[in-house]
Design a protein. Structure first.
Length: 230
């Protein structure tokens, strides 16, 4: 099965690098939690992997294909999807119209609505009239409908109450159960680590921990040290 591999990735913004020499791999069927202090460079890292920004150094491979200089669209064709911060719905379209943009088959659309019964009840409502939590469901449902091989999720909980975020986490685990490799950036560190198998901690642009997610849950001291970049 195909693996996404990042080698020595460096991203520069303004005066200098915000990500320095980062490497990791995303394996099918597994969730990696990417956590760290605000301003550590997590969003920049995801943007370099998905093609939103070009790295200053390093490489990104999807299987045997070097996609470092590929456009975001070309990477998407290879199965790489990126849910960016915020809720990027098409506000003038209904819920169903939003979902049909990515659903590959009618059966897939049915599976999405089964997973999100809240959206099934609002299928004819314009996305602009949905709550923040419902809009985030639409974003996740579109990704689920497209069945990407690799899914990068940046701050899914942004602006949401913890109870709403907790409702969405099982969807992420469902993606992984279907074989997707997931990189989850999240401010609710312990919730993210709780659904992940692997963990990356980024502090001041560098990886300060790479390993088992449960180890960080079981050792607050290890997590604290990684956040400090020590």
């Amino acid at each position: 099965m195909t693996t996404l591999r990042v080698h020595g990735l460096t991203v520069e913004r303004g005066a200098g690098p915000v990500i320095r020499d980062v490497g990791f791999a995303l394996e099918p069927g597994r969730i990696t939690a990417l956590v760290g202090p605000n301003g550590a460079g997590k969003t920049s890292l995801l943007e370099a992997v998905s093609g939103v920004v070009a790295p200053a150094a390093g490489s990104v491979h999807v299987g045997a294909v070097n996609v470092t200089r590929h456009s975001r669209v070309a990477r998407a064709r290879l199965g790489l999807a990126h849910i960016e911060q915020g809720r990027a719905v098409f506000p003038g379209l209904t819920v169903m119209e939003n979902l049909r943009l990515t659903a590959r088959t009618p059966d897939r659309l049915d599976a999405v609505l089964e997973l999100f019964p809240e959206l099934d009840k609002r299928r004819d409502s314009p996305a602009a009239l949905l709550s923040g939590g419902e809009q985030q469901m639409v974003v996740l449902a579109r990704a689920f409908a497209a069945r990407p091989a690799f899914l990068l999720i940046d701050e899914m909980s942004l602006g949401l109450a913890p109870v709403v975020f907790t409702r969405l986490l099982p969807v992420v685990t469902r993606f992984a159960a279907e074989g997707a490799a997931i990189l989850l950036v999240e401010q609710f560190t312990h919730l993210a680590l709780g659904v992940a198998q692997e963990a990356l901690v980024v502090s001041s642009g560098r990886v300060t921990y790479a390993g088992d997610a449960q180890t960080l849950l079981d050792s607050p001291a290890t997590l604290h040290t990684a956040y400090l970049g020590s």
